[in-house]
Write a protein that binds this ligand. Sequence first.
Ligand SMILES: [Zn+2]
Length: 337
Amino acid sequence: MDQNSSPGAIDGISEPCFSFGVISDIQYADLEDGYNFVGTRMRYYRYSLHHLQGAIEEWNEESNHLFFVLQLGDIIDGFNAQYKVSEESLQNVLKEFEKLKAPVHHTWGNHEFYNFSRDYLRNSKLNTKFLGDQIAHCPETTPSENYYTYHFVPFPKFRFILLDAYDLSVLGMDQSSPKYQDCMKMLKEKNPNKELNNPQGLSEPRFVQYNGGFSQDQLDWFNAVLTFSDTNQEKVVVVGHVPIHPDASDDTCLAWNYRDALSIIWSHKCVVCFLAGHSHDGGYCIDTHGVHHITLEGVIETPPESQAFGTVHVYPDKMVLKGRGRVPDRIMYYKKD
Ligand SMILES: [Zn+2]
């Protein structure tokens, strides 16, 4: 690549180790624009596909450095289920992703579960577990089939972990299963409202149906991977649909047991960043342990004249997010040991 056009040249330093794309909450549907549930934000259901096309064109021009793209969940909108066009809409979006020269890792959000069952998703193109890494001598780092998680190493000493924020959830689950019943019980104890998507009056407004959480089994697995990464002196980026830090998200869009995920992250030194979507206005904070939390602005609430995606350039000492449109640029230094 030409020295002047390399991403590193922007801030006068060397080329990145690698780069990756990020995009969230495309929520495509072949529908007219409309307001969100509370009537405060316009949603551009049809135009979101054009936003994706634009992002893919720009990423393909960067393909020398671009190793992969993270799709942070809610790829199509729940309205597709009402109109019985879920499969058709998913095909339309995946057809665009096929034009991407780099592989894409898909995360599952609440809108995946409005449209499809967990079993359907497991057998669909939205399951990208095959791109995951195996650590043969460390069997506890192999994820269970009960939730959708995996980890991968795109570059030596950098590991990415995809978490399933709807492992504890009342969405996409067999309603006769004990797990569903336990989750419903937990949700109703925290949310006495008739409409379980309504956070009004709750002391913990994250306990709504459109959020979810992490089972102890998944947290144990997460802990095992981070233990391996610590020993191996890796830097880890954690990816999930739902944010886990209150300062990087609307308090109605947090994972139910976000504190459990945070305390595991804080008990290891390897995690440098947590990437989420779900809270469409986006957000950012650096927490008390030096971990960066980025919540990406949602494509669905992005007007046609703007954009909402980014490219993250990864260096040995920092990550540089080059945002487009509503997504701001950020330089994120790793914490010192
Ligand atoms: Zn969501």
